[in-house]
Design a protein around this ligand. Structure first.
Ligand SMILES: [Zn+2]
Length: 242
């Protein structure tokens, strides 16, 4: 009898403690700081190696940069970084754009490396889809990303230019950062150097954060949905990718 009472008392105590322990705490729930969701898209992947030279593959360079950006993201609390791929996987253009939709992303940055027939081309450039009019949000965003990378790396500034891409379907500001020429030996050496990859990653993040601050971009509530799907299906896919 005593044993039964003792077991019952212990059981009541355990249940009580667990109830207190798991009691929802409003201050805890509201502590999560809202942030602007940014999709980082390491271009290529899997069977699509992208540009290459001397065994250095674009798909690996872009993935390394993206992973660096994830690692550094906590230094930029105004941003929440989501990767369109985090492994060496084939991801379709539609799949990459779908990540922006499902994550309610507000900004999108693709990562590429450049290639040229001569081993002398140098520098950083950023592309916007050619459907954008000069001076619109994507152009301003691309300029901020470009300036961020150039400031961080000290690389040659090749500026921002337009090119046809699959991002015509995105309804959020989008840019493609080309972080150097894999065909130029000195830039190829840099892009596989983890220290340089970190400079690029930090530069892009700083550029995005600068744009968010300057343009007054505020986080979209997680309960809101970004009307990407309708916009995406309204237009056919462009056939070219930078
Ligand atoms: Zn590429």
């Amino acid at each position: 009898m005593v044993l039964i009472i003792a077991v019952a008392v212990i059981a009541v105590l355990i249940v009580g403690i667990r109830a207190i322990w798991h009691k929802p705490d409003a201050s805890t729930l509201s502590r999560k700081t809202p942030a602007v969701v940014v999709v980082i898209d390491p271009a290529h992947g899997g069977s699509d190696v992208g540009s290459s030279a001397e065994g250095v593959l674009e798909k690996n360079v872009t993935l390394a940069m993206a992973n660096k950006m994830s690692a550094l993201a906590s230094e930029f609390p105004s941003l929440r970084i989501v990767l369109a791929r985090s492994t060496d996987a084939d991801v379709s253009a539609d799949g990459r754009i779908a990540v922006a939709s499902t994550e309610a992303a507000q900004l999108f940055v693709a990562l590429h490396v450049n290639a040229f027939g001569q081993p002398t081309a140098l520098g950083i450039e950023t592309l916007v889809d050619s459907t954008h009019k000069s001076g619109d949000a994507s152009w301003t965003f691309a300029a901020a990303v470009q300036q961020g990378v150039v400031a961080s790396t000290g690389g040659k500034d090749r500026g921002v230019r337009a090119q046809g891409s699959s991002f015509a379907r995105l309804t959020i500001p989008a840019a493609s950062a080309l972080i150097g020429f894999v065909t130029t030996p000195e830039e190829r050496a840099k892009m596989i150097d983890p220290a340089y990859q970190e400079l690029v990653a930090r530069g892009i993040l700083q550029g995005i954060a600068n744009y968010v601050a300057a343009a007054g971009v505020t986080p979209v509530s997680s309960t809101q949905t970004v009307p990407l799907e309708k916009g995406q299906t309204a237009k056919p896919a462009s056939s070219t990718t930078p």
